[in-house]
Design a protein around this ligand. Structure first.
Ligand code: NAP
Length: 331
């Protein structure tokens, strides 16, 4: 049990951002633990193959996750299974409560990611990574010269659907309503794209496949109730994404954008001193493995500098990292 153990840094979440934070903290010889509720890897574990991580022509998500975890452990970071239930400030440190005891930390790096919303229909989980995907940039190239489907009517569905036309011969965008949540300009551009066909007022009831992956989707017209089958090699689902930020309790308040993603400064500091946000949980343009590892690198280098300052000046007031960063930036 992790009863009241104190660390310099507690990392919450073991996806690529968290594992990179662990690697950098370990190499800086900072006393660090990474807490992960399941198997380290995060969304890597849902990705069949990765071809856009530099240095690897092609690697499975599971193998990349394992390599990242092994590398962090090699530098002395412990990875513990713990489901974080609350994080709060107490004096000049943070208290991280979990189902495996309480951890105390000078700094918390929040790399808990987020979860793409799921349709919750038969076949969706079964064919995850075998044609069901939530990332066109990651998986689009695997469906070159095939017909694929996108589900959703927001910006993500339209943008990612348009991206998929680079590879697919045809992209069906299936949306449950007639009006789009996506910006009109994006929808208009998609309408002009000869490879895109909109399938509106339609819900997906089931995703079917074979040993090789997705082969078919069962669609139902929202008004007439008429069912039909659509033969596709992949189902890209973009119906929203929810950040995992539910741990923070009052009086700590993390500034976030309209969708709940955490706002940070250039050093990945949130509005709560001592708490960094990295990877998918952070408000930013993209959600890529490469950007997640970059965020984590920046956060740890900054936190290590803060720790050094603290150790050299042990009588100073609690570190106001957000304020310090503003001062350094001349703000
Ligand atoms: P979103 O704007 O919340 O749109 C989600 C879409 O999925 C909506 O059209 C919604 O339909 C549909 N949907 C939700 N639940 C569904 C279900 N159970 N079954 C079928 N359809 C369902 O999400 P988003 O497109 O991911 O965009 C999120 C935010 O990121 C937005 O602010 C967007 O502007 C921004 N953004 C994202 C990207 C990107 O990821 N590529 C790009 C630019 C901007 P209804 O409309 O009927 O509710």
């Amino acid at each position: 049990m992790g009863e009241d153990r104190h660390y310099d840094v507690v990392i919450v979440g073991g996806g690529p951002a968290g594992l990179t934070a662990a690697l950098y903290a370990g190499r800086a010889r900072v006393n660090t633990v990474l807490l992960e509720r399941g198997v380290p890897g995060g969304q890597l574990l849902n990705t069949e193959a990765i071809e856009d991580y530099p240095g690897f022509d092609r690697i499975t998500g599971a193998e990349l996750a394992q390599r990242m975890a092994d590398q962090a452990v090699k530098f002395g970071v412990g990875i513990e299974v713990a489901n974080v239930t609350a994080i709060r400030t107490q004096g000049d440190h943070k208290v991280v409560e979990t189902d495996n005891g309480t951890y105390q930390a000078d700094f918390v790096i929040l790399s808990a990611g987020g979860s793409p919303k799921r349709l919750g229909i038969p076949g969706e989980a079964e064919y995850q990574g075998k044609g069901v995907s939530q990332c066109a940039v990651c998986d689009g190239a695997f469906f070159k010269n095939e017909e694929v489907a996108v589900v959703g009517g927001g910006d993500a569905a339209i943008e990612e659907g348009t991206f998929l036309t680079r590879y697919a011969t045809k992209v069906y965008i299936i949306h449950r309503r007639h009006e789009f949540r996506a910006q009109a300009i994006l929808v208009e551009a998609a309408r002009q794209n000869p490879k895109i066909e909109f399938v509106l007022d339609t819900v997906v009831e089931e995703i079917k496949g074979s040993d090789l992956g997705v082969t078919e989707m069962v669609l139902k017209h929202a008004e007439s109730g008429e069912r039909r089958s659509l033969k596709v090699g992949a189902a890209f689902i973009f119906i929203g994404f929810l950040p995992n930020t539910e741990f923070f309790k009052e009086p700590d308040h993390l500034e976030h954008d309209q969708l709940g993603f955490l706002i940070t400064d250039n050093d990945m500091q949130t509005s709560v001193p001592g708490v960094y946000a990295v990877g998918d949980v952070r408000s930013q343009l993209t959600r890529q493995i490469t950007t997640a590892v970059g965020d984590a690198t920046t956060a740890v280098i900054h936190a290590v500098k803060q720790l050094e300052t603290k150790q050299h000046h042990p009588t100073t007031v609690p570190v106001d990292a957000w304020g310090e960063a503003k001062k350094l930036a001349g703000g």
